[in-house]
Design a binder for this molecule. Structure first.
Ligand SMILES: Cc1ncc(COP(=O)(O)O)c(C=O)c1O
Length: 372
């Protein structure tokens, strides 16, 4: 049966309205499309929202990770301990600086870097940790802080997440990087933000995102290597409008997650996202289930599609991607928890405007497919 696009429950969809349209038009009318006032305005609003001292807007989460790693001093031949269960950008950014991503296995409940495994992997060449707050669940950054090494947090999926004790993810002081691609909690189309406590880091990142120019923008005074990782004023204006509706969007995502949890509870062998525990609060980004062992995931995706439900294997293990295998000789079996989770993970449709009826359709379809 062929379905029209409206019949299909999509994986993700941004919330955009007249406020974003007005914001874009305002910038177009102003004539200042880049390096204008929207950039510091978005940075200030974002930092204030999280309780972070500084924020720097950048062209993507990946760009932010690259600049944050440089800011904490990662360079040639260094080792950076990180998670193999992440979007590939977190490991790639380490390679941009010719450093080595040292993967360690993950905690089977939170799916974040296992702090004990991270501690065991420290060597004389370890320069930093790069924990990833995967699927918006706070990584155990406090446990990593005990080692006294620099930390760069990949918070690209974790806007709205809060650590036990009430500090927002991204406000512990380490450079923390958020992403604003269209499926994220807040979107600017493409874009990112680095939050941090250090004024020195802020200055370096602001310069390096803009070709290494001096902070006073003195023409032609490029006293260091830089990049073009700037975020446009158009994107920043959209970001400001999105920040205004962020509480509503986060609450809507949490509501959808609550429906799924109820509707999918009790399916034999199906793993649901780890519930908030010990004071940590997830910033809901995706709703990823672990299929029961022995179920063919590709078949499941096909069968769900026939029932009008989009789904996606999410995420593959980074160390088993062909580039990483070839470059570093990684093999299956190195990180068994990560590999088991990566083989069974399936992202279901998840976005703020998903209706209860659509959640029921998804749950009905998944039950039907798993009980065939
Ligand atoms: C965990 C993680 N890290 C890094 C990134 C990279 O962000 P971007 O796509 O904005 O470069 C993403 C987002 O796609 C992500 O999910």
């Amino acid at each position: 049966m062929t379905r029209s696009a409206e019949d299909v429950v999509p994986l993700a969809r941004p919330v955009l309205g007249p406020e974003e349209e007005e914001a874009v038009l305002g910038v177009l009318r102003s004539g200042q499309l880049s390096l204008g006032p929207q950039v510091p305005a978005f940075e200030a609003a974002f930092a204030a929202r999280l309780g972070a001292r500084h924020a720097s807007a950048v062209s993507s989460g990946t760009a932010g990770l690259h600049l944050a790693l440089r800011a904490v001093g990662v360079s040639d031949g260094d080792e950076v301990i990180t998670s193999p269960f992440s979007f590939v950008a977190s490991a790639n950014a380490i390679l941009y600086e010719r450093a080595r991503p040292v993967f360690v296995d993950i905690d089977p409940r939170t799916l974040n870097l296992d702090p004990d495994a991270a501690a065991a992997a420290i060597t004389g060449r370890t320069t930093a940790f790069l924990p990833v707050h995967i699927f918006g669940y706070p990584a155990d950054v406090p446990a990593l802080e005990r080692h006294g090494l620099p930390i760069v947090e990949d918070a690209c999926e974790a806007l709205g997440a809060v650590h036990a004790g009430g500090t927002a993810v991204g406000a512990r002081g380490h450079p923390a990087v958020f992403g604003f691609y269209a499926n994220k909690q807040l979107t600017t189309g493409e874009g990112g933000m680095v939050t941090m406590a250090s004024a020195e880091h802020k200055q370096r990142i602001d310069s390096e995102r803009n070709q290494g120019r001096a902070p006073d923008m003195g023409w032609l005074d490029h006293d260091r290597l830089g990049f073009n990782y700037r975020l446009t004023d158009i994107a920043c204006a959209i970001g400001i409008a999105q920040l205004d509706r962020l509480d509503d969007m986060l609450a809507a995502r949490a509501r959808v997650a609550g429906w799924y949890r109820e509707l999918l509870g009790g399916i034999d062998g199906l793993g649901l996202p780890f519930p908030d525990t010990g004071g940590d609060v997830r910033g809901w980004f995706v709703f990823v289930v672990q299929l029961p062992r022995g179920v063919d995931r590709d078949d499941t995706v096909r069968a769900l599609r026939e029932l009008g439900v989009q789904s996606k294997p999410y995420l593959p293990a980074i160390h088993l991607m062909s580039f990483y295998r070839e470059r570093f000789g990684h093999r299956p079996g190195e990180f068994p928890v990560c590999e088991d989770v990566a083989e069974r993970s399936l992202a279901l449709p998840f976005f703020p405007e998903l209706t209860q009826g659509q959640a029921e359709q998804v749950a009905r379809a998944l039950r039907a497919v798993l009980h065939r």
